[in-house]
Design a protein around this ligand. Structure first.
Ligand code: FAD
Ligand code: PYC
Length: 416
């Protein structure tokens, strides 16, 4: 076979099939070792820990909108670890431990403020369930204490303790290490630190297909900006996981619901802690900007609308105004919704999938913000090593086949 200089210049060294193999440049390698789908806190955190702890820096985080524009930037920032089961305690407490030093780790002020999370009880059944959680927490080494109504008032002076309330306060559990953080700072802190380690964060880049090679293993993704190759993929696309996983032919045990929140006009510091109530599906805290941050339960109908039904907020505000009558005259400034994906046991799914080199982290429902650093840390370990991190192991997809569910339905005020 003859090679002219002209064809060589036009087609490059790989142009001629007959060109001796040892003279050809090697086959193009995947662009990335890992693609993370979704630039929320969990996805960005995963990329950061992959780079920082495992030296995996050829990582791309693909985001269809803007980073932190999903639930990470929409949540009400409550952090706590007072879940019922040992498996959950380990997972959420791992996160609380990381929150303690996250600002120093990222050199970014995430404004973690352990101001205490108080969970009110209003009926004898509430009280029994709350105390069961409290005892389980203490056995698992998680701080939790019981407050009588007087102690509730002392800890949170604005609360109304009149006995003729529709929801009288019979006492509360208190987790002092619980509190809040600034949600967008978490996304930006992880993003900046991951970027500094070489991670590519690509916004306005929607994943539209998951590509698979011989034997079914993933080889990359198709996106609104073209194909991108990778050896491994981590799906961290809260609310939309079922769609993304369907691209790889995997059916997920998830339902998507809107969850709403609202903030008041800003006022001077007036509210010292976080108060939640499982019974009335309402919770309240005050942000460092001065807004009262108030949240409701999930809408009862599955939907992808990022707004939700107005009646839910009305119900929540009625209950909040009864517990804190002095807030009746405050103006509400903004309300919004996010889409949460929820499992039947209200616990997350972290780990491998039936498709080789495809990993998933989802199902955090109404409660994944608090878990961000812990979830990202154990997910990064799972992707890097290809085997489940011990804290993540009980949360694998497998549990929906074996029946080893971790039922945390009563641990979250807003999860039902
Ligand atoms: P997200 O931040 O939602 O990130 C997922 C990203 O994936 C999104 O940015 C999305 O655009 C992207 N994506 C989706 N599909 C694609 C695609 N095809 N291609 C590319 N990108 C894609 N939790 C708490 O612990 N405490 C709280 O107080 C709390 N309050 C909440 C209040 C509200 C109103 C809401 C909505 C949620 C609340 N949560 C709370 C839950 C918490 O916000 C979530 O569990 C957590 O933020 C999930 O983080 P994430 O990084 O997994 O998801
Ligand atoms: O899980 O603590 C929580 C929570 C509070 C508000 C929404 N989720």
């Amino acid at each position: 076979m003859k090679y002219s200089w002209k064809t060589l210049l036009q087609q490059g060294l790989n142009g001629h099939k007959g060109w001796p193999a040892q003279w050809r440049s090697p086959e193009p390698q995947p662009q990335y070792d890992v693609i993370i789908i979704g630039a929320g806190g969990h996805g960005l955190g995963t990329a950061y820990y992959l780079a920082r702890k495992y030296g995996v820096t050829r990582v791309a985080v693909l985001e269809r909108g803007w980073l932190g524009g999903g639930n990470t930037g929409r949540n009400t920032t409550i952090i706590r670890s007072n879940y019922l089961f040992e498996e959950s305690g380990k997972l959420y407490n791992h996160a609380v431990n990381l929150w303690d030093t996250l600002a120093q780790e990222l050199n970014y002020n995430v404004m973690y403020s352990p101001r205490g999370v108080m969970m009110l009880t209003h009926t004898i059944h509430d009280k029994q369930v709350a105390q069961r959680h409290l005892h389980a927490n203490r056995l698992g080494g998680i701080d939790s204490e019981w407050l009588t109504p007087d102690q509730v008032k002392e800890f949170c002076p604005p609360i109304n303790l009149r006995p003729d309330l529709r929801y009288p306060v019979l006492g509360a559990t208190l987790q002092r290490r619980g509190g809040t953080a600034r949600h967008d700072a978490v996304a930006w802190g992880y993003a900046r630190a991951a970027d500094a380690l070489g991670v590519d964060i690509i916004q306005n880049c929607e994943v539209t297909a998951i590509l698979r090679g011989q034997g079914g293993a993933v080889t990359g993704v198709e996106t609104s900006r073209g194909p991108i190759k990778a050896k491994k993929i981590g799906v961290v696309a809260a609310g939309h996981t079922s769609h993304v996983m369907a691209m790889a032919g995997v059916r997920m045990p998830l339902e998507s619901f809107p969850l709403q929140a609202l903030v008041s006009e800003p006022v001077k510091p007036i509210f010292p802690c976080v108060v939640m109530s499982n019974t009335i599906h309402a919770y309240i805290s005050q942000s460092d900007k001065g807004e009262l941050v108030i949240g409701a339960g999930t809408d009862q109908y599955g939907s992808y609308s990022q707004t939700g039904g107005l009646h839910i907020n009305q119900h929540t505000l009625e209950a909040i105004c009864e517990l804190f009558p002095q807030f009746r005259r405050m103006k509400m400034m903004r309300n919004w919704g996010g889409i949460v994906d929820v499992t039947v046991d209200r616990s997350p799914i972290i780990g491998k999938t039936p498709v080789a080199n495809l990993f998933v982290n989802c199902g955090w429902g109404t409660g994944g913000f608090k878990a961000t650093p812990g979830s990202a840390d154990v997910f990064a370990a799972t992707i890097a090593k290809g085997e489940l991190h011990p804290i993540a192991a009980p949360f694998s997809l497998d549990r929906f086949r074996t029946g080893r569910l971790i039922d945390e339905g009563a641990a979250a005020a807003v999860a039902h």
